[in-house]
Design a binder for this molecule. Structure first.
Ligand code: FES
Length: 104
């Protein structure tokens, strides 16, 4: 119901289960129905991206953006850009990402 409800473990579970990328969409800043959920989501996402980078996960595989129910064109654009970015990266292979970090 709210981007603030998306716990980092949900994203990790999706990647572990085989997702090539995860897109989280929330209401625009200042428009969360639960007041601060999207701010919480933004803070969590920044931390999660930092952790994922440590494990060699490309930044483009996980994305947080804002869209309202009346912004169909914006929604489609965000989804299309995410799809293109993930497609360009190819399938997510967690073992290979971890190994690449180990080789540094
Ligand atoms: S209701 Fe919280 S981000 Fe939309």
């Amino acid at each position: 119901m709210c981007s603030g409800r998306v716990e980092p473990r949900f994203i990790l579970e999706a990647l572990r289960a085989g997702a090539d990328g995860v897109l989280v969409l929330g209401c625009h800043p200042g428009e969360c129905h639960y007041l601060e959920g999207n701010y919480k989501a933004a803070a969590r996402m920044a931390l999660l991206k930092n952790v994922l980078a440590q494990f060699g996960v490309e930044e483009e595989r996980v994305r947080l953006d804002w869209v309202s129910a009346s912004e169909g064109v914006r929604f489609a654009g965000i989804v299309n850009r995410m799809t293109e970015a993930v497609r360009a990266l190819g399938p997510f292979r967690p073992k290979e990402a971890a190994e690449a970090v180990g080789e540094r």
